[in-house]
Design a protein around this ligand. Structure first.
Ligand SMILES: Cc1ncc(COP(=O)(O)O)c(C=O)c1O
Length: 638
């Protein structure tokens, strides 16, 4: 900080915010050549609750040490300027103290400390602060700035303020003899009984671990927690909250990545089809919502499991001429994710397990873990259109297995299972008496030559909870209406799971009532041409990406059969410098500004997922950039 600067010290200080209500402040002034970042980690470890720590920053400048010039942070230019420049700094420190007092309401909640030059500043500022008594002074490897004017300014509080001085007897910057003489001088001013001195025999110009211990335990912690019984502590999160982990956030957010500023960002990672505005809800659905919101009857609470009319609409929508569903078979939820949560919660207790696909939608794991339910992953086979490895699935079943979750059409694989495969899965579940949770949010979203089969319609004996919703098929994930369709031909759920789900639905007092009121119109008035158009866009994108990326060295795309995603295999051995999917993901953003998702977030390494709902021109641009990226990184540069 330049001596002439009018900036307040707080403005460029490093601040470690208080954990809990800000009641105390520690101002720590580092010494010549130190820096705020260097101390931050140390102080975060020592930080008492309810305390914010301020590390003012010194100015970087040329300083002379033992005849040599160094460019370092320093509070003054030369030692002989310490009184003149130090006085300006001390004025600013006093101003900082004044401002902190306004925040913590009490001067005795403020400690000022420092090391070396900072120790000199903290001791001298603290002892000459005359407005109120501060909470304490810590001087490490420093000395009172022995100047007549300053000695005269020593305040009446200096006799009572707790002072901790820590000094190495082998300090060759501020010699112990000089420090002793300084302390003697202070004694003459009445400073003594309130001062604790730790003089360490073999210690040089540093703060020893013992010194840090004393600062932390005997000074900061004691001071900042004693006598304040009502001090707020940071409020701990529950086990369930701590166990709620989103693998996407955990893996992706930890990577610090900056896109290439020269290239426009293209996101192929977000499973929200409305993201680019090229896919929108059907006009009929928009009109139905507008009409519903104007009705006087749909602003209040609906029954928590959904209105009769809305449940009737869903039942009718999924009925077949030979298989009729009733409104009682439907529970409305706040999106498909809520439906999944309710099914998992209703079927399993903590310690039970549920079988989940791998790779699979990461929410399944998130939900199970937060409910204390064990996750057991059955493999999907990349070389068999991501079908289930049924032998593997069966090997995972034990006496605590409560259900098998099957996602068809699937995220992230884009697989659509043929009837035969689904029947085999049902067979295994029947053999082991395991209900099925069918995540069918992408029901009917299949490309030409593929057909979607409902688990619940195929299954004669195994009860199926089919989870679905408006989000994807009607391109309105924000409207938050989903459902559970209960397929239970033999009444195995009648007195248990069915009422259980109804009870669980009361936890959130039901899904959005405007969307429920519009549901019949949305389901029955949206023309087939709308779905056809959406599916055409998805399929065109899929085909384009598939054809293009076949040309990219090191990549192996698989043509999806439905849903909105494609998984692409990465062969790291074909690249010079790409270690795995996470590395691919990071470098692709940094160099090409394209975000996809590394498939390790779905439980499988060396694949990446892209979303197929982007506008064609973005898809084309993205493919071009991915191909160039792969060519640049390929072992044999083409
Ligand atoms: C497989 C799968 N299930 C469920 C959901 C969640 O759907 P909703 O937005 O209706 O909660 C998603 C969302 O991407 C999904 O991909």
């Amino acid at each position: 900080m330049a001596a002439s600067s009018t900036k307040k010290m707080i403005e460029n200080a490093q601040i470690i915010p208080s954990k809990g209500v800000h009641r105390y402040t520690i101002i720590w002034i580092y010494g010549l050549g130190g820096n705020a970042d260097g101390y931050t980690e140390v102080f975060i470890k020592m930080q008492p609750p309810n305390t914010r720590i301020i590390l003012p920053r010194a100015t970087k400048r040329w300083v002379t040490i033992l005849g040599r010039q160094y460019y370092l942070e320093s509070w003054w230019e030369r030692d002989d300027a310490c009184v003149e420049e130090g006085t300006v700094i001390m004025d600013k420190l006093r101003e900082l103290i004044d401002d902190e007092i306004k925040l913590v309401k009490n001067a005795s909640n403020i400690i000022i400390g420092g090391f070396s030059q900072g120790g000199c500043l903290s001791l001298t500022t603290g002892l000459t602060y005359s407005k109120q008594q501060l909470g304490g002074i810590i001087c490490c490897g420093g000395i009172f700035i022995n100047e007549k004017k300053l000695l005269e300014k020593i305040s009446e509080y200096s006799k009572t303020i707790p002072i901790l001085t820590i000094h190495g007897k082998k300090d060759d910057i501020f010699k112990w003899n000089d420090v002793e003489a300084g302390l003697e001088l202070l004694k003459q001013k009445g400073v003594g009984d309130n001062m604790e001195v730790l003089a360490e025999d073999d210690v040089e110009h540093i703060i020893s671990p013992q010194g840090f211990d004393l600062i932390s335990k005997n000074t900061m912690e004691k001071h900042m927690t004693s006598g304040i019984e009502d001090a707020w502590q940071p409020v701990p999160a529950s086990r369930s909250a701590r166990n709620t982990i989103n693998p996407i956030r955990r893996i992706v957010d930890r990577m610090k990545i900056t896109p290439n500023p020269a290239k426009e960002m293209i996101s192929l990672s977000i499973g929200d089809p409305t993201h680019y505005g090229n896919m929108l809800p059907p006009v009929e659905a928009l009109e139905a919502i507008i009409e519903a919101v104007q009705l006087p009857t749909c602003h209040g609470y609906a029954p928590s499991f959904g209105t009769l009319e809305a449940r009737r609409a869903v039942a009718k929508f999924w009925s077949r001429s030979d298989y009729i569903l009733k409104p009682e078979d439907v529970i409305l939820t706040s999106g498909c994710s809520h439906a999944l949560e309710m099914c998992i919660d209703c079927l399993a207790d903590p310690g039970d397990n549920i079988l989940l696909p791998q790779p699979g939608f990461s929410l399944y794991t998130t939900l199970c873990q937060s409910l204390g339910i064990e996750t057991r992953f059955y493999d999907l086979l990349p070389d068999e259109d991501w079908k289930v490895n049924i032998t593997h699935l069966e090997s995972l079943i034990n006496d605590r297995t409560r259900a098998v979750l099957i996602n068809n059409p699937s995220n992230p694989c884009g697989a659509v299972y043929p009837e035969e495969h689904l029947r085999k899965l049902i067979e295994i579940c029947e053999k082991h008496h395991l209900p099925i949770i069918a995540d069918e949010i992408y029901a009917d979203m299949v490309f030409s030559n593929h057909k979607f089969y409902f688990m619940g319609i195929l299954s004669e004996n195994v009860p199926v909870l089919s989870c679905g919703g408006l989000s994807k098929r009607f391109i309105c994930p924000g409207w938050r209406v989903g459902w559970i369709v209960i397929h239970d031909r033999h009444n195995l759920f009648k007195d248990t799971i069915k009422p259980g789900l109804a009870d669980l639905s009361s936890r959130i007092l039901g899904p959005n009532s405007v969307t429920q009121a519009a549901l019949t119109h949305i389901l029955f008035e949206t023309p087939d041409s709308y779905y056809e158009d959406i599916l055409n866009q998805l399929q065109n994108n899929a085909e384009y990406v598939y054809r293009s990326l076949l040309e990219a060295p090191g990549l192996q795309p698989t043509m999806p059969q439905g849903a909105m995603y494609m998984l692409i295999r990465i062969n790291p051995s074909e690249f010079r410098d790409i270690a795995d999917d996470k590395d691919f993901f990071m470098k692709l953003i940094c160099e090409e500004s394209i975000s996809c998702l590394p498939a390790s977030v779905f439980g499988i390494d060396n694949f990446f997922r892209i979303v197929l709902s982007t506008p064609m021109e973005k898809t084309e641009e993205a493919c071009q950039r991915i191909i160039e990226f792969c060519q640049r990184h390929a072992k044999s540069v083409s």
